[in-house]
Design a protein. Structure first.
Length: 497
RNA sequence: GGUCGCGUGGCCGAGCGGUUAGGCAGUGGUCUGCAAAACCAUCUACAGCGGUUCGAAUCCGCUCGCGACCUCCA
């Protein structure tokens, strides 16, 4: 349990020993959604991944301040100064106030996060609530010589920054000269000094819907700026973890680093964590192309890509089966496999609760059980390797089933180890992996369990009388209701699948 | 075109120099009134071609295929 935690740091391109700046505390910033449309599944994977990271840090005993923003202004369609604000575009389309659009999709986002059992962050700041902080940051950047005004807009001078610091592009591996060449043709009409410069404040057209007073113009902040300003405000100018999807590395995170260094001379985060993409049909999910599925479609099964609906926890479990830094391909077969695996694991958890031992000494099984639990912890300490940790629990699941079925003797397990095993299942499945048991819902479940015991008794009577017709009718009818009866050596169990 | 990454058995997906990953599916068995569940056994692997090494899925080179970013995206 005392293994140190290693995390893959995109900056160093290596697994680094995680040592928080302040012992016992972790500051973590994750780029949240731009709330201009419904969340899509890829978003969900990213936030589930960081939820597991957040939960694991909490499990390790850290006091974590987890900041995840809501982008509600400044994120443009297309790049550069030619684009329109995504939220403004949507507001016009739906004939709503921009803030109505924001509220609508932010609510939807929160609901979806709840459905996936994603813990809420400590602070969820919004860009529009931090205009002053962003203006101040622009002023600092200008003061330090890395920003310049041009026709009411302010741009970040990437060339000057790179000359001084020599580091523009270090996160994403870009080379300054290449950036200048690549973009020169496309953006030669701009107000920018260099093609790779980016806006930190933009002058708004008179009819623009969301705009604020600033020293330079009535306008709005550049997209990248909010994260720099808000992470600094709530986590300080240098904090522990910054996360986001892989596709944010460039330009978003690169520019964030430049802004923070440009404003205060310090690198914002010490560990940069990036999640990988969710694929469908081997390609990145895309709304514009036809390879996309919404969470709702996945839940209900109303999509040509799936044969049936899958519950949110099955999907969360599915996500656990791959490492967060690997791409993950959604297929119907893989989801079916995840569904069965999820139920198998949950069933084992309940079977485990029924196990008891009088053996207060060490038993012959103790070593193996303890080793598997230790390995699961080590797996999580190795850059949050959930698929590997999960595999340990499937091995433990097999042992639990053998103990239950009598293939292994419960007397070979010491009570201390059994106790530890129960705690480990609890911690990993519910606290760390963040799974919920969808079949055993508290009060409802207790009522149903009482009724089910009666039915099981009646069926047992029928079977004792060799009245197979009645016994099978009970079993088959329940099966149609997705209730499975499991006849074992010590009577019959049931579960909802 | 530039940058980065990936190609593992029927499917998903770990491993990244020597030992069974794991889940799902398949096959044979145990159990069962018959099933299901569970258990036991078992079958399909490391894109191709070279090289390094006592030893390579794991390192290096080349070839082929795929993906991401560079352009809104988690």
């Amino acid at each position: 349990m005392n293994n140190p935690l290693y995390v893959y740091n995109s900056i160093s391109r290596d697994k680094d020993h995680f040592v928080p700046k302040e012992e016992g505390y972790v500051g973590m910033y994750v780029c949240g959604p731009t709330v201009y449309s419904d969340v899509h599944l890829g978003n969900c994977r990213t936030f589930v991944s960081f939820d597991i990271i957040y939960r694991y840090l909490l499990f390790l005993g850290y006091k974590v301040r987890y900041v995840r923003n809501i982008t509600d202004v400044g994120h443009l369609t297309g790049d550069s100064e030619d684009g329109e604000d995504k939220i403004v575009v949507k507001a016009k389309q739906e004939r709503l106030e921009p803030m109505e659009v924001v509220q609508k999709y932010m609510n939807g986002f929160h609901d979806m996060m709840d459905v996936f059992n994603v813990k809420r962050p400590s602070i969820e700041p919004r860009a529009t609530g931090h205009i002053l902080e962003q203006i101040e940051m622009v002023q600092d950047i200008i003061k330090n010589g890395y920003g310049y005004e041009s026709n009411g807009s302010v741009y970040f001078d990437t060339v000057k920054f790179n000359e001084d610091k020599g580091s523009y592009g270090k996160l994403s591996g870009r080379v300054m000269d290449e950036l200048l060449e690549e973009t020169r043709v496309l953006k030669n009409q701009s107000e920018k000094r260099n093609a790779s410069d980016f806006a930190i404040w933009m002058k708004a057209a008179p009819e623009h819907l969301m705009k604020w007073e600033s020293p330079w113009s009535v306008g709005f902040p550049g997209w990248h700026l909010e994260c720099s300003a808000m992470s600094t405000k709530y986590l300080g100018s240098n904090f522990d973890i910054h996360g986001g999807g892989n596709d944010l590395k460039f330009p978003h995170h690169e520019n964030e680093i430049a802004q923070n260094e440009g404003a205060c001379g310090c690198a914002p985060a010490r560990y940069w964590l990036h999640t990988n993409m969710l694929l469908m049909n081997g390609r990145k999910m895309s709304k514009s192309e036809d390879n996309s599925i919404t969470p709702e479609q996945l839940f209900t099964g109303s999509s040509k890509h799936v044969s049936k609906g899958y519950s949110p926890m099955v999907i969360r479990f599915f996500m656990l089966m791959a490492h967060y830094r690997s791409t993950m391909d959604i297929t119907d077969d893989a989801l079916q496999a995840a569904e069965k695996g999820y139920y198998k694991l949950m069933d084992a958890y309940y079977s485990l609760q029924e196990l008891n031992t009088n053996n207060t000494d060490e038993g012959s099984l103790d070593q193996e059980v303890n080793a598997l639990i230790d390995q699961a912890h080590a797996d999580m300490n190795d850059d949050f390797n959930t698929p590997k940790a999960l595999s340990r629990f499937f091995e433990l699941t097999s042992m639990v089933n053998k103990l239950k079925g009598g293939q292994l003797k419960i007397s070979d397990l010491g009570s201390a180890t059994l106790d530890r095993l129960k705690k480990a299942f609890q911690s990993f499945i519910f606290d760390i992996f963040g799974l919920k048991d969808e079949a055993h819902h508290d009060d409802d479940h207790n009522h149903l369990d009482g009724a089910m015991r009666l039915i099981i008794d009646l069926r047992a009577d029928a079977r004792a009388n060799k009245n197979w017709a009645v016994a099978d009718k009970i079993r088959d009818t329940l099966s149609e209701l997705e209730i499975t009866l499991k006849d074992g050596k010590d009577g019959t169990d049931w579960s909802i699948h």
